[in-house]
Design a protein around this ligand. Sequence first.
Ligand SMILES: [Zn+2]
Length: 245
Amino acid sequence: MRLFLSFFVALCMSGLVQAQEPVEAVSGESAPAVVEAAAAAVEAAVEESSPEAAGTIEIPAQEAAPEPEPCAAPVNGVALVTAGEVEADLAARVQAYVQANLFTTVMLLEPMELAEGALDGQAQAAVARKKENHLAVLVLASLEGNPHHGASYPEQSVAVINVAALRPDPMDAELYGRRVEKQLMSAGGILLGMEICPNPLCALSAYMDMERLDAKGRNYCPPCQDRVRKILEAKNALLEPGAAQ
Ligand SMILES: [Zn+2]
């Protein structure tokens, strides 16, 4: 996927170069068609001009290269990906919640197979999926028998949430969804540059056990909301409520 992205970016950049400097900046290897077109334009211009003026011909851009297609810049935001046996309706629900309450686009990626190596293994697999427009990658992994709720890898901007450890028994879909949403709001915020919040109702507050996790809020307190908006605005990733599709 990184290769594909590089290719896409190279295409965009090649288009820009053609538009701005139709003759001088184009190399034969990267865009032979444009070079041929430019050479033809030079020949045509030389034929029309007097010999002494031939060295200083200016060629309009539209004659040398076609108008490039506008390049749609990828949207900045947070990526969400599942690994292993994670319920699709859970992923859809938490994606919508986090996008609406973290004020940034949450991109649901194609599911991953469960990688070797518990939490660390899933994190490394997610790093390989991370693109430039992903400010963070949040992994929902189902690691049966693993008691850890999750782990954060700030240097890679990746966090892994172990939904198996959060799944209520007997199943309570609402409680399950809220637990996962709290984890994503907390881990996602920290990866974006937020800090643990002393307000026990804030999703960014620390917790020691499942009881405290269930008691804390799944949204940010107002000061944390202001702070995360500023962070996202600076990263060109702010998505105001109501703007999401
Ligand atoms: Zn807070």
